[in-house]
Design a binder for this molecule. Structure first.
Ligand code: KG4
Ligand code: ZN
Length: 333
């Protein structure tokens, strides 16, 4: 039997999870509401909150899994990429815990873990599969040939998809993080109410910065004609923006599937919680006869269950790191 404790602290969520023989038994997430009033994550405040939250979060994960601290066989933690001060809290905790208990330490790449969240529940994708990983910091199309063999086929040249949602929300005076709110308003709106350009970016890469500017100009123009524009048309604006972001993402995913011939297609990361993306991907999957894999909502945004499952697969390979390990703000796959 293998019991792995997973720790995630790369951005503004402190999370701990227990994985027993590949099954997730707990996944506790402590969010940080404090950032909302600043319109984005404040790194200094994030690290302090992680420091306060980490021990109660781990305690709760252990309790909910109905095990004791002494039963844990290994500690897996997010080494990067992420905010350095935030990563330091999880990394230091994991190192201290492993040292005290005399158990191995496992480093996990946050972006790989988002993809490996597909190995938490059934049905699991078969190798090779393609994963569109879309979060607040990343937008990548990844060819996954084994648990830890991943090749980035394309990525964003500027903003990430989550950033595009959040920056749009800011233009629309919606609070941070705006992605879920844009999604909520979009459900009531007309996705073809306005015209937004589709960027012409070669290969499998993405660009979202032009879209943000186009939205800003569109809103400013409309507000000149009608000062109550946003109040009256919020749903239509959100629906249009969401449909454009989703179509940019899915057109590239379709291209990647065609180029590689791969038919198992997955999405991961915070933006994979988006209802428009989930719906359109399912429809596209039907058209092209793909096997589509969409994570449960709780495994889309940052969570430690994905760290624990990645850690479990590294535990099976006895892939451990020493106590001299340090976090990495940038960490390639
Ligand atoms: O993966 P994640 O939790 O954190 C990072 O590693 O970045 O992703 C957070 C991002 C934020 O930009 C947030 O606005 C976006 O995911 N997001 C959404 C939705 N839920 C979260 N974007 C669009 N629609 C959603 N329903
Ligand atoms: Zn993430």
């Amino acid at each position: 039997m293998a019991i792995v404790l997973g720790i995630e602290s790369s951005c503004d969520d402190t999370s701990a999870s227990i994985c027993i023989d590949g099954e997730i038994k707990s996944n506790i997430i402590a969010g940080q509401a404090i950032h909302a009033k600043y319109g984005g994550v404040v790194p200094e405040l994030a690290s302090r909150a992680h420091q306060q939250n980490i021990i109660p979060t781990v305690d709760q994960a252990i309790q909910q899994a109905k095990i004791s601290k002494n039963d844990i066989d290994a500690v897996a933690f997010t080494r990067g990429p992420g905010l350095l001060g935030s990563l330091l809290v999880g990394t230091s905790f994991a190192k201290g815990f492993a040292l005290a208990k005399g158990i191995p330490l496992i480093e996990v790449n946050h972006m790989q873990a988002h993809i490996l969240s597909h190995f938490i529940d059934e049905p699991k994708p078969a190798f090779p599969f393609l994963c569109l990983t879309v979060s607040g910091g990343h937008t990548q199309i990844v060819l996954v040939t084994d648990y830890f063999e991943m090749e980035v086929l394309g990525e964003t040249l500027d903003d990430a998809a989550g950033e595009a949602f959040d920056k749009t929300a800011k233009i629309l005076n919606l609070p941070y993080p705006g992605g879920p709110l844009v999604d909520k308003y979009a459900q009531e709106g007309n996705p073809f109410a306005f015209r937004l350009p589709e960027p012409q970016i070669p290969d499998l890469n993405f660009s979202f910065s032009g879209l943000k500017t186009a939205i800003l100009y569109m809103v400013q123009g409309e507000e000149k004609l009608n000062p109550n524009f946003l109040e009256e048309r919020m749903a239509d604006v959100c629906a249009t923006v969401q449909q454009r972001i989703v179509s940019i993402l899915l057109n590239k995913l379709k291209k990647a599937a065609k180029l590689t011939g791969v038919k198992d297609i997955a999405i991961a990361g915070g933006v994979s919680a988006n209802s428009g993306l989930r719906k359109e991907l399912l429809a596209m999957g039907k058209t092209y006869r793909w096997n589509v894999f969409i994570p449960k909502f709780e495994y889309c945004t940052d969570n430690a269950a994905m760290i624990a499952i990645a850690g479990y697969h590294k535990f099976l390979k006895q892939d451990f790191v020493g106590q001299d390990v340090a976090p990495l703000a940038r960490m390639p796959m």
